[in-house]
Ligand binder design. Structure first.
Ligand code: NCD
Length: 363
């Protein structure tokens, strides 16, 4: 069924909120390019490819001083607000660096105990305030769906600015999924791309927002098989399973990584997200060791495969695995910065200027 076209600013929040993510997604894009970046459902394959190609082009130009100076002029008239009310190392630094590469100014609130939220100001009013100082708001919050709500709030003001979801509760982390797709594409460049690959997700798949976003983005590729290996109580949500069923995706639920490692093209490890435990310490009762990537798994993993992790990791991947060329999680971190540079370029419409006017790229 073709999704009915909806517009963010013309519906009341209660009605909008109840729509299916795919129905909402169209209203986050303007003329085929992202305006807000809120959910993985707003991206199709064509855009994923254009975004990745632009990221690769930009990282080449950035190798020379002339190239970097050129990039820094692109958005030197724009400012971004980094509103991170939940802990972050990589995503924060990655967005911060991406802004700097394009010359954007940044302002930040990371600790809401130093903001007027302490005085009881609502997040809605905080975000409206940020929109007075910034041309985009990049936000991470422990509250699922808050970024969407804020996009709706701003759409109904006279100063709407793009909202970029840098991780919202247990639901979505769309920009991590974009960098994961970019990493998979680069890894399988000489093996026919992402189509028909077998991707094995391992760990806390119920509360891991990166997996939830990536599982959706993978539906843009043909014949990808997804395996979800998790303790039964932390298995991937029914909502994502329903999306996969509707998209005709072949997937399997399980609890034994050993059964799939020899056929995996990518193993995507995650940590147990115990900060979400309803009863403190309940995750500790789970036999986590079953969801660790061991030396035996490494021996049985095919030579062309990759091991991914959104990081931070705990014990689920031994540090010794880092030395193996199939371990690409540190590459994911680097890819994240470039994909976010490309994303900002698309949001602010300077991608064509970059593609056409840039000085000669470095090799
Ligand atoms: C992830 C997150 O915040 O969801 N980290 C990240 O952004 N790379 C994964 C996690 O915290 O486990």
């Amino acid at each position: 069924m073709k999704a009915q076209k909806v517009s963010l600013g013309t519906m009341d929040w209660e009605t909008f909120q109840k729509l299916d993510s795919r129905q909402k997604a169209g209203s986050f894009n303007i003329n085929g390019r992202p305006y807000h970046v809120l959910v993985a459902q707003q991206f199709g394959r064509k855009f994923l490819e254009e975004l990745g190609d632009l990221a690769t082009f930009i990282r080449k130009i950035a190798k020379t001083k002339a190239g970097m100076d050129f990039l820094q002029k692109q958005l030197s008239h724009k400012a971004a607000m980094l509103y991170f009310s939940q802990p972050s190392t990589r995503t924060f630094l990655s967005f911060h660096s991406a802004c700097q590469i394009l010359g954007m100014h940044t302002v930040e609130v990371r600790d809401t105990s130093t903001s007027s939220e302490v005085k009881g100001e609502t997040q809605e009013d905080s975000v409206r305030t940020f929109s007075s100082f910034a041309d985009a708001i990049i936000m991470r919050s422990a509250i699922g769906g808050l970024a969407e709500k804020m996009a709706w709030v701003l759409s109904n003001t006279d100063r709407p600015v793009p909202i970029i979801n840098a991780g919202s509760g247990k639901d979505q982390h769309p920009t991590q999924a974009l960098l994961d797709i970019y990493t998979l594409r680069r890894s399988f460049e000489k093996r026919g791309g992402i189509d028909r690959k077998k991707i094995v997700f391992v760990g806390d798949l119920a509360r891991g927002r990166t997996v939830r976003s990536l599982a959706y983005l993978l539906t843009n590729y043909d014949g990808v098989k997804q395996y979800f290996i998790a303790p039964p109580q932390l298995q991937i949500g029914k909502d994502i399973q329903d999306i996969l069923v509707q998209a005709g995706v072949d997937f399997e639920l399980g609890s034994d990584l050993g059964r799939h490692v020899a056929e995996a093209d990518a193993v995507y490890m995650t940590r147990i997200q115990d900060e979400w435990d309803e009863k403190k310490g309940e995750s500790q009762k789970i036999d986590n060791a079953k969801y660790y990537f061991t030396a035996d798994h490494l021996r049985r993993l095919p030579a062309h495969s990759v091991i991914m992790h959104p990081l931070p990791r705990r014990l689920e991947i031994d540090i010794a695995v880092d030395r193996d060329p199939r371990a690409v999680y540190w590459r994911q971190v680097r890819n994240g910065m470039w994909i976010r540079v490309a994303l900002l370029a698309f949001i602010f419409g300077c991608e064509n200027s970059i593609l056409k006017n840039s000085p000669k790229a470095g090799s």
